[in-house]
Ligand binder design. Structure first.
Ligand SMILES: Nc1nc2c(ncn2[C@@H]2O[C@H](COP(=O)(O)OP(=O)(O)OP(=O)(O)O)[C@@H](O)[C@H]2O)c(=O)[nH]1
Length: 347
C-alpha cells in the first residue's frame, strides 16, 4: 500500500508557477530552477507566456528543454484556456517530472491556479508552488507612492505566493531590505521570504517548502475571498486589474505592449543611448538586436533604467525584434524614435 502510494506520487507531474511583476527576475529564476532540476535528475519542461509577440525569454533558456509558448497575450486573461491545453500537450508528449510556467509580469496568479487545477482533472499533475519574484527597488518605489493598479497587482502576486524571492537585493540598502521583508511577511505571513541577488538561493527550499499544501490551500482560499469581494463588480480580463482592450489582449488598460520588428543592424552606441532615453512610462523592454559594429547578435534587457546585453546564437530562425512594455507612453513617438535609429544605422 505504502509503495503504491509512493508510485502514485512519483508519477505526478509537479507544476510550479513563476510569478512576479515585469522585469523582476522570473526568467533568471527559471534558469536557476532548470539547472537545479538537472542536478536532481528531474526532467523539466517549460510553459512560457510573453505579452509581446516574440518569445525572447525562451532564448535565454537551454534549447534542449521542452517548451511550449503562449505569446501575444496574458495567460491570466485572454489565453487562460490555452494554459490547460498546452500543459496537457507537454505532459503527454514529454512526460516531464516538473513543469515550470513562467507567466507575463502582468498576470494574476490566482487565475492560473484555476487553469492548472482544471487540467489536473485530465492529467496527473499538481500545482506544487507559486514562486513570486519581487524587484526590491521597484516595490519600494510603489510602496512610497502607495496606490495605483501596478501596486495592487504586485500586492496580489505577493499574497498569492507560496515562496517569495525578494530579488535585486544588490540595488537597495540594507535597511530598505529589512523594511520590505517585514512588508512581505505582513502581506503574506504563510510564504517563506528569501532575499536574493539574481534569484540565487538554496533551491531545495523550493522543492521542499513550496510544496507546502497549507500555503497553496491558503492561496486558493485567498482566491475565493477575492472572488467574493469582487462579486457584483464587472470583471474584465479574468480578474486582472488591467482591462483588456482591442484584440489579442495586447493592450491593457494601463499596460501597453509594443512589439517592433527591426529590419536590420543598428549602431550599438546609438542603441544604448536610445535605451537610456526611453520615456519614463516604459519600465520594461527586451529584444534581439544585431549591431553593425559587432559580429554577433544580442538579447537585450531593460528593466527600470538598468540594461543588460547577452550575446546569443539562436538555435532556430528568429528575427530581430524589440518589445516595449509600460504605461502612459506614446506608441507613435516610440516608433518614431526607432525609425530614426534605423535610418541613422543605414546611413
Ligand atoms: N542588478 C540585478 N539585476 C537583476 C537581478 N535579477 C535579475 N536581474 C536582471 O533584470 C533583468 C530582468 O530579469 P528577467 O529574469 O528577464 O526578468 P523577468 O521577470 O523574467 O522579466 P519579464 O519576463 O519581462 O517580466 C535582466 O537584465 C536580469 O539580468 C538582480 O538580482 N540584480
Amino acid at each position: 500500500m505504502e509503495n503504491e502510494e509512493r508510485n502514485r506520487t512519483e508519477n505526478v507531474i509537479g507544476v510550479y508557477l513563476l510569478s512576479g511583476f515585469l522585469g523582476s527576475g522570473k526568467t533568471t529564476l527559471l534558469r536557476n530552477l532548470l539547472n537545479e532540476s538537472r542536478r536532481k535528475g528531474l526532467k523539466p519542461a517549460v510553459l512560457m507566456n510573453e505579452a509581446g509577440d516574440v518569445n525572447l525569454d525562451g532564448l535565454a533558456v537551454d534549447a534542449s528543454v521542452p517548451m511550449a509558448e503562449l505569446l501575444g497575450g496574458c495567460i491570466c486573461c485572454t489565453i487562460k484556456s490555452d494554459v490547460g491545453m498546452e500543459l496537457l500537450n507537454l505532459a503527454k508528449r514529454y512526460r516531464p517530472d516538473v513543469v515550470f510556467i513562467e507567466s507575463t509580469g502582468i498576470a494574476q496568479p490566482l487565475e492560473i491556479i484555476d487553469a492548472v487545477s482544471e487540467t489536473s482533472l485530465y492529467e496527473r499533475l499538481e500545482l506544487r508552488g507559486i514562486l513570486t519574484v519581487v524587484d526590491a527597488g521597484h516595490l519600494l518605489d510603489r510602496v512610497r507612492i502607495g496606490s495605483g493598479k501596478t501596486f495592487k497587482l504586485m500586492k496580489e502576486q505577493i499574497r498569492a505566493s507560496t515562496l517569495l524571492l525578494l530579488n535585486k537585493a544588490d540595488l537597495v540598502r540594507e535597511e530598505e531590505l529589512r523594511e520590505l521583508e517585514d512588508l512581505l511577511r505582513e502581506w503574506n505571513p504563510r510564504a517563506d521570504v528569501v532575499v536574493t541577488v539574481k534569484c540565487e538561493t538554496d533551491l531545495s527550499a523550493i522543492w521542499d517548502g513550496a510544496g507546502d499544501r497549507s500555503a497553496l490551500d491558503a492561496a486558493r482560499r485567498q482566491e475565493d475571498r477575492e472572488r467574493g469581494e469582487e462579486s457584483g463588480e464587472e470583471r474584465n480580463g479574468g480578474g486582472s486589474p488591467f482591462r483588456v482592450l482591442g484584440s489579442g489582449g495586447r493592450d491593457h488598460d494601463h499596460v501597453n505592449v509594443v512589439t517592433y520588428y527591426l529590419p536590420g543592424p543598428l549602431d550599438s552606441t546609438a542603441f544604448e543611448r536610445f535605451l537610456q532615453e526611453l520615456p519614463e512610462g516604459i519600465y520594461r523592454a527586451k529584444g534581439i538586436v544585431t549591431f553593425r559594429d559587432t559580429a554577433s547578435r544580442f538579447l537585450f534587457q531593460y528593466a527600470y533604467r538598468e540594461s543588460d546585453f547577452l550575446r546569443i546564437t539562436p538555435q532556430k530562425t528568429v528575427h530581430d525584434a524589440a518589445v516595449f512594455i509600460g504605461e502612459g507612453f506614446s506608441r507613435s513617438e516610440l516608433i518614431g524614435r526607432l525609425e530614426k535609429l534605423i535610418a541613422n544605422a543605414e546611413e
